[in-house]
Design a binder for this molecule. Structure first.
Ligand SMILES: *Cc1c(COP(=O)(O)O)cnc(C)c1O
Length: 424
């Protein structure tokens, strides 16, 4: 295309809608979007008339690219774990400006930070005397080590020395906080007596870690929280995935209420796994211990931001989280949606498959589901359309359990954009 017909940067900056976009995105971002669109026009990929719209499209690309999760992994760590509910998204947006996060509108004075989220947690877990929220569960464990066992021992079973993921290990995290580990028992079996024999004046606390991302089967035994509760030192229980009360769909998954009723002094958990909220670390339990944690100097370095606190409160008070909805989606409706998707893309095979909870939670749970099976080459082409499927047995499966039904049409469009209608 001849350079002369391509609108100039100045003319584009002065025209609607790019003029208005400057207030939203900043002049530098709008200029570089314009340059990208002009370049595309020079290369003949666009007509001159399409330049303003193309520049707006460049601006519409967000810093974090939203993706459709068709992997069938409900809590996909690499895709950001739990998707937030509409209520939590609205709360995030409302909290983006000034909020009363640490301010009492009635008195005009400073108030407890995130008290709405803390109150919602205490209502959801009445057995907890108090609650505190930090950046993630790792931060919750680190704060326990710093505040409750500085230079002292944390008694932990050899069967619970867990690597969380990406090379991060809970034992290393605890010793990084200046505590020593007192390992007890064996990989497969640890008794209450192993713990009590190790507890002494140097003990800061006993830590029970839920082996959330693996299973040990066969000749195994572990001491229960109830057995350890009377041992004279606080028992801290890392339940991992953040179930606040028992869930009949996940019978093997520990929950905060049960752990506290069994005598745990403190429970730690992630907010963005089964709880279905934003990234956060929950600390629930004994009021004095929670106060000690909150007052520790490092608490300031680990504290949750106002956006997280707002989204967490909305998750706790709002409707069922998307994670809960995906967990209970019924198989017949998934099959129905898979057939609708298959025909919308011009005919593809529908297969029965199994989804998993993922995110280091409920490793034994298999959820029956339905998927559309495409040739494997679709996996890469779909990623270019921001759809992530699961490659299995030489095929690319799109598992409907992790797709919001509201996104079914977008999913079909992405498949059509990714390639010719597959095998009939
Ligand atoms: C996931 C998990 C963690 C780490 O939690 P983050 O919120 O990712 O820091 C720690 N312990 C257990 C048992 C877990 O399952």
């Amino acid at each position: 295309m001849s350079r002369r017909t391509i609108p100039s940067t100045g003319a584009l900056l002065a025209s609607s809608p790019l003029r208005e976009a400057v207030a939203v995105h900043g002049r530098a971002a709008v200029r570089s979007a314009i340059h990208a669109a002009q370049e595309a026009a020079r290369e003949g990929r666009l007509s001159s008339a399409e330049v303003p719209e193309a520049a707006m499209a460049v601006l519409g690309r967000h810093a974090a690219r939203p993706v459709l999760n068709a992997t069938g992994v409900l809590i996909h760590t690499n895709l950001g774990r739990a998707p937030l509910s509409a209520a939590a998204r609205a709360a995030l947006s409302a909290a983006a400006g000034w909020t009363d996060v640490e301010f009492d509108l009635a008195t005009g004075r400073r108030a407890v930070r995130g008290r709405g989220a803390l109150a919602a947690l205490c209502e959801a877990v009445p057995d907890a005397g108090a609650a505190h929220v930090v950046n993630n569960n790792a931060a919750a464990l680190l704060l326990c080590a710093l505040a409750l066992a500085p230079g002292r021992e944390i008694v932990i079973s050899r069967g619970e020395m867990v690597e969380i993921g990406d090379g991060f290990r809970i034992p290393d995290l605890l010793t990084a906080g200046g505590a020593r580990l007192r390992e007890v028992g064996t990989t497969n079996r640890t008794t209450a007596r192993d713990y009590t024999a190790a507890i002494g004046p140097d003990t800061g606390f006993v830590l029970k870690v839920h082996p959330s991302n693996f299973r040990v089967e066969g000749f195994t035994s572990a001491a229960s929280v109830a057995e350890l509760a009377g041992c004279g030192v606080p028992v801290v229980v890392d339940i991992g995935s953040g179930l606040l009360a028992p869930d009949p769909r996940l019978p093997d998954e520990p929950d905060a209420t049960t752990a506290l009723r069994c005598g745990a002094a403190l429970v730690t958990a992630s907010a963005d796994k089964l709880l279905g909220g934003p990234q956060g670390g929950l600390l629930l339990g004994d009021r004095d211990l929670v106060t000690a944690l909150r007052r520790h100097p490092a608490a300031r370095a680990l504290r949750a931001g106002k956006l997280v606190l707002a989204a967490l409160e909305a998750t706790l008070r709002g409707p069922e989280s998307p994670v809960a909805v995906m967990l209970s989606a019924d198989t017949a409706s998934l099959e129905c949606r898979a057939h609708a998707l298959a025909s919308a893309v011009g005919g593809a095979e529908v297969v029965a498959t199994t989804s998993v909870v993922g995110g280091g939670a409920a490793p034994g749970v298999r959820l029956s589901s339905f998927a559309v099976a495409l040739p494997e080459r679709f996996a890469a082409a779909l990623r270019a359309e921001r759809v992530v499927g699961r490659v299995e047995g030489g095929r690319c499966l799109l598992d409907l359990r992790t797709v919001d039904p509201a996104d079914d049409d977008a999913l079909a469009r992405a498949v059509l954009a990714a390639g010719a209608p597959p095998c009939r």
